[in-house]
Design a protein around this ligand. Structure first.
Ligand SMILES: Nc1ncnc2c1ncn2[C@@H]1O[C@H](COP(=O)(O)OP(=O)(O)OP(=O)(O)O)[C@@H](O)[C@H]1O
Length: 207
């Protein structure tokens, strides 16, 4: 997946969140989107995902050199963010089967995914009864192990303890080859594996 941004801008009402943003994301690379709280990282990643419509400028997507229209981009991405909800009324195994009806996993079975997330004991537990750290591991596991060329992660280590952070870093780096990975963060350990950084505050307007 390659993404080219040309003079991209997003505003809410009269407030520009970012503007005049020219950038190219290349496949097989990991990028960190940086900026303080409220600087526009989530707005940016949601614009990149096609979930928010830009106020000006252009986003062009290519998968294996084939142009993908913005309304089709959701087919090519997996996304984990604190504001994206899990279906909490399902058990873990039900949720994974539900998820795979929409998007396949990367060469592993639901049982193997449960093992990789260290959630074997929660196989038949309702997701609503998971701890906040277990929910975050589940969100990340589903995103990382979905077979999608674009992996979007907003604040990936929210609610994770040190063991959970190490688990995230291991699994994201083992599954990064051949994909475009974009991480929104202002915590260094969340994006230490990234090749490039993009500071959203450089595109605040007016400067
Ligand atoms: N739907 C909306 N309508 C109006 N303003 C919004 C909307 N969503 C976000 N904003 C504003 O846009 C700005 C950027 O918010 P955003 O959530 O993108 O920042 P962030 O860098 O991801 O913050 P954090 O690190 O705290 O998650 C903030 O001032 C926020 O209040």
């Amino acid at each position: 997946m390659q993404i080219k941004l040309t003079k991209l801008g997003k505003r809410y009402n009269y407030d520009w969140i970012f503007r005049h943003l020219n950038y190219e994301f290349e496949s097989d690379k990991a990028y960190a989107i940086l900026g303080y709280n409220g600087s526009g990282k989530s707005t940016f990643i949601n614009t990149l995902s096609g979930n928010l419509v830009p106020s000006e400028g252009l986003i062009e997507y290519h998968v294996h050199s084939k142009k993908v229209p913005v309304e089709e981009v959701y087919r090519y991405l997996s996304f984990s963010a604190p504001y994206l909800e899990l279906v909490e009324e399902l058990t873990l195994i039900e949720l994974i089967h539900f998820h795979t009806r929409f998007k396949p996993l990367r060469d592993l079975t639901p049982q193997q995914l449960i093992e990789r997330m260290y959630l074997e004991k929660a196989r038949y537990k309702f997701v609503k009864d998971f701890s906040s750290g277990m929910k975050q591991r589940l969100k990340l596991g589903l995103a990382i192990y979905t077979d999608a060329p674009l992996l979007l992660l907003d604040e990936p280590t929210t609610n994770l303890d040190q063991a959970g952070i190490n688990w995230y870093l291991d699994h994201v780096s083992q599954n990064q080859a051949g994909r475009l990975v974009v991480v929104c963060s202002n915590i260094a350990h969340e994006y230490q594996f990234c090749d490039e950084t993009l500071d959203i505050t450089e595109f605040h307007f007016p400067k």
